[in-house]
Write a protein that binds this ligand. Sequence first.
Ligand SMILES: [Zn+2]
Length: 176
Amino acid sequence: MDIIAHGLYGAALCSRVGSGPAARRSLAAAAGFGVLPDIVSMWPPFVWHLVSPAHGNFFAGFDGGWLTVYRVMHSLVVSLGFCALAGLVCRSLFLPSLAWPLHVLCDMFTHGASKFRTTILYPISSWGFDGVRWWEHPGVVAGYWAVLGVIWGARILRARQDLRMFPASAEKPEKQ
Ligand SMILES: [Zn+2]
């Protein structure tokens, strides 16, 4: 799944609904966790690839240590472990942090059994589900963006409904 969709899925499904500051913080954090696995594992080597004199195909040359980082960041074991810790340390971070394992689940079905397979059990196992490579199937991309549109539509409707029912406070008080 592309990185923009990851951010928007995370923000839509793993953040508090509302228009207050806590809801906005939750939304931003969920979007951040939604894109985290790809940013951490792919952006530093991509920047290095851009500035280094030896140019080749970035994805073909993506290997070694950065591939290990990619596997770590695309593991349900690692991401769910992080969510559990985040929930213990800071309760309000738990829901947004779930955008990370959501990213992993989305990639699991939208990556094939290649170098970029999603190794959900890493480091216990390097097994990866043989999903559909999104970059080779525009119909898959159109499908997940359509679902995203429906989810955001429902979320916006719900926020408007809450605002009409509770005009004084757009969100319930945050439990800490
Ligand atoms: Zn990813």
